[in-house]
Design a protein around this ligand. Sequence first.
Ligand SMILES: Cc1cc2nc3c(=O)[nH]c(=O)nc-3n(C[C@H](O)[C@H](O)[C@H](O)COP(=O)(O)O)c2cc1C
Length: 209
Amino acid sequence: MKKILIWFLLICAGGAQAQPLTPVALLAPDKTRGKAVMQALSERKSTRQFAPDKLTLRDLSDLLWAANGVNRPDGKRTAPSALNRQDIDVYAAFEDGAYRYDAGSHTLMPVTQQDVRPVKEAPVVLLLVAKEDTAYAPIDAGIVAQNIYLFCSGVGLATVTRGQMDADKLAKDLKLTEKQKVILNQPVGYFKKTAAELKQDKTESKSAK
Ligand SMILES: Cc1cc2nc3c(=O)[nH]c(=O)nc-3n(C[C@H](O)[C@H](O)[C@H](O)COP(=O)(O)O)c2cc1C
């Protein structure tokens, strides 16, 4: 009886195993969306609470392109970098795994099926990873962080850049090389509704019935 129970548990665990991740081709950026630059700057802020909803592919695609995508035919990026080293890679961590953003092909490349998000409340946490730990790396990462902030304020997403994290554990989980270093992590999501907004939603859905 004990043996049968163990087999049953093993089969259940096997059945629950996640499917291997595959590359995610992102949508071409919608360069017409968002608020004017001055409005986006005036609304930029840090937000530390997030709604549980996953980002749409549209929002995720535009977010990654805004963060550090290719914006010119010569391969240069939305974020400047010292000596054009393009030394910051953006990793995107979700509940079901993490990917590296390949800016050239505008594709998410699978890295791990582990949930490595330092902030579990956010549907996606962007990890800004320097190819090498140089003096310019934190500066270049900071510029990518500000791109993310401005995209988020421009389209109404919540975000905060964070230095707080276990960088060594993240490096291990993301299978980084000795030279690479996680500089910042930046959760992104939709704004959490206030109690008053949730109450309003309930009233509206009741009256619609
Ligand atoms: C390099 C850097 C590291 C930061 N690290 C954290 C962090 O670990 N945790 C956090 O909650 N906020 C962090 N922040 C966000 C700041 O606390 C925030 O920008 C500051 O309080 C000003 O608020 P504002 O962004 O709304 O203007 C960091 C900001 C920067 C630029």
